[in-house]
Design a protein around this ligand. Structure first.
Ligand code: ASP
Length: 341
């Protein structure tokens, strides 16, 4: 009796186990089938690109120019959502915890996807929680001042900063942003501190520069050039080895007397970790196609945006580059005591 009951119980347990294994198998198979089907039909609804800075700024403009072309290729609207604050780390966090289905993309750059990891106690891991899609064009930085700042050249600015340590206000897109790191780099080369003023992007910082509320920004060319062309700000140097084809009147930092001042900001796109590879490939192909489009290239060139080389446009190339940038920059940022405060 006892024995029979035991073997009946055993049989039942075995049946339950078999059913569970079968159910799990069905679930996995259907998830795989769904994943493949999803990737085949992707995208079937609008895609959101999270820009972690204010609308109208350089990251936003790049995402919008590419988004328009990607929309034409993938046949779905590409919506830009500006999720700002904390040097872009809030917007990136939004994507790191989003569903890995290809419908939420993180647009960012050296600041958001490299520097922030050394500055903020992030709740996500920049490498583990986000999968790379493609590296995007780079943009040299310009030293721009308000129109009536009492310096007509880079060396005059350097002299002024040394004579008035900590007095010049420099707009940034928040701690760890490109404009902050580049500004800290300038201050370090000059040997005099700057009074950094954080904004939610360099678009609002630029508004204040034009209004004469702040003194300078070490800014991406894409953000400064439109105002420069209108004559509302002054550019003292481009932090690059060569002059900009689109604004050849601006001297290079070497020509202007500070050859060490070289900095450009590279951009990229990422999706939440675990996004099916066929979806990542579709997105990458759409981005690569957009970058090759003559109209897109021309628009980006007028903003001083160029590259990346063709062999640097794969997800793997972005991952390798991002890792190498993390290895190179985290120790420098930490040693320079660049913090969120
Ligand atoms: N990406 C810019 C920066 O880091 C800010 C922006 O896009 O508004 O300076």
């Amino acid at each position: 009796m006892t024995l029979r009951r035991t073997s009946a119980a055993l049989r039942m347990r075995r049946n339950v186990l078999a059913a569970a294994v079968f159910a799990a198998g069905v679930l996995i198979a259907s998830a795989l089938a769904h994943g493949i089907a999803d990737a085949q039909t992707y995208p079937v609804r609008p895609i959101t690109v999270v820009v972690p800075f204010a609308a109208g700024g350089p990251t936003d403009v790049l995402a919008r120019v590419l988004g328009e072309r990607i929309r034409a290729d993938l046949g779905q609207p590409v919506l830009i959502e500006n999720v700002t604050g904390a040097g872009g780390s809030i917007g990136v966090g939004r994507v790191a915890t989003a569903a890995p289905d290809g419908y939420t993309i993180s647009a960012g750059h050296f600041g958001t996807h490299v520097a922030n990891g050394a500055i903020y106690p992030l709740k996500y891991d920049l490498v583990r929680d986000l999968d790379p899609v493609a590296r995007l064009p780079s943009n040299p930085m310009l030293v721009v001042t308000r129109k009536d700042f009492p310096a007509a050249s880079l060396m005059e600015l350097v002299a002024w900063l040394r004579a008035n340590p900590g007095k010049a206000t420099a707009g940034t897109a928040g701690a760890g942003s490109g404009s902050h790191i580049a500004g800290a780099f300038l201050a370090n080369l000059v040997g005099a501190p700057l009074a950094f003023v954080p904004y939610r992007g360099t678009a609002p910082a630029m508004q204040d520069l034009v209004a004469g509320q702040i003194d300078l920004i070490v800014d991406q060319a894409a953000n400064s050039l439109p105002q420069l062309r209108q004559g509302s700000i002054k550019a003292l140097a481009v932090a690059a080895a060569m002059r900009l084809a689109t604004a050849p009147e601006i001297p290079t930092s070497a020509e202007a007397g500070l050859p060490g001042l070289q900095m450009e900001l590279w951009n990229g796109m990422w999706v939440p970790h675990g996004t099916p590879r066929p979806i990542v490939d579709k997105l990458n192909a759409a981005v690569v196609k957009a970058l090759a489009d003559p109209a897109v290239r021309e628009r980006l060139a007028t903003l001083g945006l160029a590259g990346p080389p063709a062999d640097q446009r794969s997800p793997e190339a972005l991952r390798a580059f991002q890792r190498s940038e993390i290895e190179k920059w985290w120790p420098i940022i930490k040693a320079a005591h660049i913090t969120a405060e």
